[in-house]
Design a protein around this ligand. Structure first.
Ligand code: HEC
Length: 317
């Protein structure tokens, strides 16, 4: 009898805890099973690849084993022009397949079915590599986006596409997203405009179906800086981004954003060693009024980390 109140309290606590767990864990899971992958979700997972957080294929998060997003202007097999140009996602041999290819059902029931039946994703093979595109198909009069394995449907191999592509048509979005996670941009920036006045400046919040298969989502922890989900829609200048990453104070005098000049690596686009000390000295001369102009920012090398990071930022439209 002495423990009666305790027993009632413990049961009430159990009921409260399990209902709150049900609401926070089970209910959203049921909702997410219904989510139909949008074009955005498929673009994100195909461009970023299987995983852009820590993983054993890229333990130091250097952006290894990632797909390339390529703009194709002509059929790589026949040479016939493609107008408007088409975006394809090239998985070179050995690169792990994206989630929707391993588990088509995660695209939603119909998108998954179309990916298998029309898109032939079951034929994709990581050892040989594959080229993917986004297709659209009808089920009962409604349109669904699906993943198309262009290697199976058109015979385009990663080598066919890459050997014809110019460097400026290749975007290293997957490697760039890995760097966005590794460099912890999400401590300050969100990728999640809220359903408030945010709409007016940062653009529309994402929809549930925009996330199927994306890992991680990089929503951000809290916001100390502008939301970046649609940043390239308001600023798509590669030159501005270069200056801003090399030293944000070049374009925003009171910015609290750290500089990311080390992402340039050791050499510039011409293979010349970048002299960071000389650069900072010249910058200080400018900052303290001894020289009228800041020093030029070196053009980055094609395979530098900063190129991938900027490719990723420019993909956020
Ligand atoms: C310490 C906080 C902080 C971190 C970390 C940070 N930023 Fe920023 N970022 C800011 C602030 C503040 C601004 C706004 C002022 C400015 O433009 O510098 C900004 C602006 C930007 C802009 C321009 C936004 C616009 O609306 O035009 C981009 C793009 C950007 N950051 C990308 C990045 C990326 C990518 C990283 C990671 C490599 C990063 N930032 C890391 C604070 C941060």
């Amino acid at each position: 009898m002495a423990f009666r109140e305790y027993k009632i309290g413990a049961r009430m606590f159990g009921v409260a805890l399990s209902s709150s767990m049900f609401i926070t864990l089970v209910m959203p899971t049921m909702d997410m099973r219904q989510a139909i992958a949008t074009d955005m979700a498929i673009h994100k997972q195909l461009s970023a690849g299987w995983e852009t957080g820590f993983n054993l294929q890229d333990p130091f998060m250097q952006g290894d084993n990632k797909p390339l997003t390529v703009t194709v202007h002509a059929d790589p097999k026949t040479g016939a022009p493609i107008n408007p140009p088409m975006t394809v996602y090239v998985y070179r041999p050995g690169v792990r397949m994206p989630n929707g290819v391993d588990h088509p059902v995660t695209l939603g029931e119909n998108g998954g079915m179309l990916s298998v039946q029309l898109g032939h994703v079951k034929e994709a093979n990581a050892a040989q590599g594959a080229v993917f595109g986004i297709g659209h198909g009808d089920v009962n009069g409604q349109q669904f986006a699906y993943i198309e394995d262009l290697t199976a449907t058109k015979g385009w191999s990663p080598e066919d596409v890459l050997s014809k592509a110019k460097d400026e048509d290749i975007a290293h979005i997957g490697a760039g997203k890995t760097l966005f996670v590794r460099e912890q941009c999400w401590w300050c920036h969100t990728l999640l405009p809220e359903e408030t006045q945010d709409w007016q400046y940062f653009g529309a919040p994402p929809a549930l179906g925009d996330f199927n298969g994306e890992s991680p989502t990089a929503f951000g922890s809290d916001r100390k800086a502008p939301d970046l989900l649609h940043v390239a829609a308001r600023n798509s200048s590669r030159e501005w981004l270069m200056m801003h990453f090399f030293n944000p104070r070049l374009v925003q005098p009171h910015s609290i954003m750290p500089r990311y000049d080390y992402l340039w690596g050791k050499v510039d686009a011409n293979g010349n060693k970048i002299d960071f000390d000389a650069w900072r000295k010249a910058y200080l001369d400018y900052h303290e009024g001894r020289s009228p102009l800041p020093p030029d920012v070196p053009m980055y090398a094609k395979d530098s980390d900063i190129r991938s990071l900027i490719d990723f930022v420019l993909s956020l439209k």
